[in-house]
Design a protein around this ligand. Sequence first.
Ligand SMILES: *[C@@H]1O[C@H](CO)[C@@H](O)[C@H](O)[C@H]1NC(C)=O
Ligand SMILES: *[C@@H]1O[C@H](CO)[C@@H](O)[C@H](O)[C@H]1NC(C)=O
Ligand SMILES: *[C@@H]1O[C@H](CO)[C@@H](O)[C@H](O)[C@H]1NC(C)=O
Ligand SMILES: *[C@@H]1O[C@H](CO)[C@@H](O)[C@H](O)[C@H]1NC(C)=O
Ligand SMILES: *[C@@H]1O[C@H](CO)[C@@H](O)[C@H](O)[C@H]1NC(C)=O
Ligand SMILES: *[C@@H]1O[C@H](CO)[C@@H](O)[C@H](O)[C@H]1NC(C)=O
Ligand SMILES: *[C@@H]1O[C@H](CO)[C@@H](O)[C@H](O)[C@H]1NC(C)=O
Ligand SMILES: *[C@@H]1O[C@H](CO)[C@@H](O)[C@H](O)[C@H]1NC(C)=O
Ligand SMILES: *[C@@H]1O[C@H](CO)[C@@H](O)[C@H](O)[C@H]1NC(C)=O
Ligand SMILES: *[C@@H]1O[C@H](CO)[C@@H](O)[C@H](O)[C@H]1NC(C)=O
Ligand SMILES: [Zn+2]
Length: 317
Amino acid sequence: MTVLLVTFLAALLCPSVHSGVSSVDWCYHKPACNFNTWSQIAPQFCNGSSQSPVNIVTTNVQGNPNLTSFNFTGFDDNSTFLSITNSGDSVVVNLDDEKMTVQGGDLPGLYNTKQFHLHWGNGSSSPGSEHTVDGKQYLMELHIVNVHSKYNGSVAAALAANDSTGLAVLGFFIEGTNEQNKTKSWDILTSFLTQISFSGNSTTDIMDQITMDGLLEGVNRTKYYRYQGSLTTPNCNEAVIWTVFKDTIKVSQDFINRFSTSTFFKAIPSVLTTNNFRGVQPLNGRVVTSQEVKPSSATTSTISIITVLLLSSLCWL
Ligand SMILES: *[C@@H]1O[C@H](CO)[C@@H](O)[C@H](O)[C@H]1NC(C)=O
Ligand SMILES: *[C@@H]1O[C@H](CO)[C@@H](O)[C@H](O)[C@H]1NC(C)=O
Ligand SMILES: *[C@@H]1O[C@H](CO)[C@@H](O)[C@H](O)[C@H]1NC(C)=O
Ligand SMILES: *[C@@H]1O[C@H](CO)[C@@H](O)[C@H](O)[C@H]1NC(C)=O
Ligand SMILES: *[C@@H]1O[C@H](CO)[C@@H](O)[C@H](O)[C@H]1NC(C)=O
Ligand SMILES: *[C@@H]1O[C@H](CO)[C@@H](O)[C@H](O)[C@H]1NC(C)=O
Ligand SMILES: *[C@@H]1O[C@H](CO)[C@@H](O)[C@H](O)[C@H]1NC(C)=O
Ligand SMILES: *[C@@H]1O[C@H](CO)[C@@H](O)[C@H](O)[C@H]1NC(C)=O
Ligand SMILES: *[C@@H]1O[C@H](CO)[C@@H](O)[C@H](O)[C@H]1NC(C)=O
Ligand SMILES: *[C@@H]1O[C@H](CO)[C@@H](O)[C@H](O)[C@H]1NC(C)=O
Ligand SMILES: [Zn+2]
């Protein structure tokens, strides 16, 4: 009886993840069940040393000339959005991975684009990105999940292989704007949210007016951070080459508000999905790289001093 009651309560309090990726029940922000408990409930990977997300400290970012531009295929195709689903902890758009691929950008080969989903806080008042930059958390973060072509489109196969380059996730920060006319694609996307209020709800009758490119408008995709990390939900597999773009997507605050007012967590259908982000994890010696690195003020002043010294010594010749 007690066991049944505990199981029932656990099911009530802990929305669990989309099937196939995690075997444990987990939650985001409950007192006794939150992202700080993942390292105990799913210790194999969530307690690892290369976890995501991370705080990117821009003065510690190292330059890497190999981080060239990407080739995106099918990102301009308006027939690639297959369905939009309430996964119980996020909103997931399944993509046609036969039409959409990513390569270049120093990725080790071709990746098939499987889905994107989002992380958010609570409307435009409370931020909910997963990665942070110099401690700044953005309103939302979009993750495009890609799996190496050698796994034939199977994320589960990539995770089973324990391959640190099995997945390539592209992360985009989202900021608010008042210019509604610029974010038509986001208006269309978020207009489907009221149709998928509850976990498991899904609609396939979607979106031939939008493309991935439309949602990413305004982002220069040649400027990004790169590091080696993990899934940000249990089981937190350390299988992800992370790309976090520097430019932000600007989305109308009204559309951002739709996320935290339309969909409900799994197992607690009375609680709106809010704050579905994991807190930042320690780098543990990992290095974040980027195309170019702005010299820190310390470096700049050192160079200035050396220049002055050199110039002064020239004067003595
Ligand atoms: C997590 O890892 C740390 C250090 O590697 C270890 O001390 C701790 O016991 C681990 N915790 C769990 C729950 O496995
Ligand atoms: C760039 O790529 C070359 C060839 O793969 C490799 O030898 C080199 O270490 C890479 N540089 C960096 C900074 O990763
Ligand atoms: C990207 O596409 C261009 C033009 O189609 C091609 O020349 C280049 O080799 C491609 N790069 C990669 C890494 O696939
Ligand atoms: C989110 O914001 C709304 C309105 O500001 C508030 O009523 C609600 O309690 C907030 N939810 C959380 C989880 O903070
Ligand atoms: C992917 O498909 C190819 C050819 O269809 C097959 O040889 C290979 O074993 C498959 N790999 C996986 C991981 O399923
Ligand atoms: C996964 O790979 C890592 C290093 O690449 C290794 O330390 C770990 O033991 C592997 N885990 C399993 C379950 O094979
Ligand atoms: C969008 O609307 C704003 C005012 O809300 C206006 O200033 C701006 O020029 C418009 N942009 C375009 C591209 O129409
Ligand atoms: C959405 O999910 C709820 C709860 O599982 C279910 O009762 C409802 O029928 C679903 N709605 C649709 C349109 O599938
Ligand atoms: C989708 O793209 C096709 C081909 O570019 C175009 O003919 C069609 O009008 C587009 N559909 C919508 C609804 O924009
Ligand atoms: C993107 O950024 C690069 C590097 O700063 C720049 O050379 C390029 O012109 C930019 N592209 C666009 C479309 O703004
Ligand atoms: Zn994510």
